[in-house]
Design a binder for this molecule. Sequence first.
Ligand SMILES: [Zn+2]
Length: 292
Amino acid sequence: MEGPGRIVTDSMIGIRLPDYARYTSRVAFVLGQNPTMFTGPGTNTYLVGLGRRPLLLDTGAGVAVYPELLARGLVELSGSREIDKIVATHGHPDHIGGVRQVREKFGHLEVLKKPWPERDTAAGAAPITAIEPDALIFAEGATLQAVSTPGHAPDHLCYYLPEERALFTGDVVLGAGTTVIPEDSGDLAQYMDSLRRLLELDVETIYPAHGPVIRNPKQKIREYIAHRELRENQVLDTLRQGPLEVMAIVKKIYTDVPEFLHQAAAMSVRSHLRKLLNESAVVEHQGRWALR
Ligand SMILES: [Zn+2]
């Protein structure tokens, strides 16, 4: 199935965000205008920096109205018509799908991200400038420090803004809903490590790629970790009763979730089973899973 489009659960439905807004002297936001069941109100794109040439963090999905909105937001929020460069959290199309149209409107801007060559090319974001975890990126009066956070996507970087003890979390921590671990390229064990890495940072505010700003970062990250640990324990408990297929596990665990969401739940259960398989805690035989 198409992984990257499915970013969050249905709890994002109904959240409303403005088209653009200024949060602090260094951080403003423009909505990507790509609302779906799985991206909530759409992707948050951020303008970072004090001056008249802020950098743009993520670009949305490539929706036609976005570049005009970005231009209008820039004038109103920064008194500016220029962008310094583009920085991306990861190669999913709702984050770098807008690179081409932003370049058409603002000139051939540099795009900084950790490489994921096939996805970067497929989304029309190539060429990119490769950066690695711990890289420092500078805008006027603002520094972004890249933080290694694979798991949702193999190339995922979060960005820490030390001047405001703020963290841009991309799709690792969301303003609402739960991050999806895609079947094809996600890795739940890496994702858990990424969350624990974020917990070590001195963070006051989280700016997620979907949904509202998070003002209780430590609590939110701990909730994310606890939620996954609970699910893992539920999967193990269920298998104590004997070998089961994935959908049977889903039906036992997700008793409070409507049936039309069981396919999405199955993807989450499979991510847990893959993690447990790698840890030699479970085995799989002909589609049935069992404790080892
Ligand atoms: Zn994503």
